[in-house]
Design a protein around this ligand. Structure first.
Ligand SMILES: [Zn+2]
Length: 141
């Protein structure tokens, strides 16, 4: 075995081999972070979203152009962010948006509950802090 996995993909968590000696990662810089070009695109969207460069809507639109095959096997933190972004229907009101974000967070914790939209618990504290965060972020950019 000359090529043992020495890196893990920052999106799916799969191990892969990155040859730091050869120059392949200079022409394809994403190889340092992810195993596929598609996963690197996902990484870029998440990074932009976390840094508030993209709004949720913008991030969602970008995700739609990316192949998300295998999302079930992505790293848990990546998955929950992706679900959070994608759970935002672009035409709905902000309140519905927050409802869904809370719902997805719960979903990430409990994989068993699948289509249980009825148990849409609303936590007032979460709601307030979420709103504050949004406004703080949108003011910056
Ligand atoms: Zn990957």
């Amino acid at each position: 075995m000359a090529e043992t996995n020495n890196t893990t993909c920052s999106i799916c968590g799969k191990g892969y081999y990155l040859c730091l000696a050869c120059k392949s990662h200079r022409t394809t810089p994403w190889k340092v972070l992810t195993d596929t070009a598609e996963h690197y695109k996902i990484h870029q969207v998440i990074k932009g979203y976390m840094n508030k460069v993209y709004t949720k809507d913008e991030a969602n639109k970008k995700l739609k152009a990316i192949d998300l095959t295998g999302i079930e096997d992505f790293k848990p933190n990546i998955k929950s962010i992706l679900y959070e972004i994608m759970s935002t229907p672009m035409i709905e009101t902000e309140k519905a948006d927050v409802d869904k974000a809370v719902y997805t967070a719960e979903k990430a914790e409990d994989k068993v509950a699948k289509n249980d939209m009825a148990t849409n618990k609303m936590n007032d504290n979460k709601f307030v802090s979420h709103k504050k965060e949004r406004y703080k972020g949108s003011g910056k950019y």
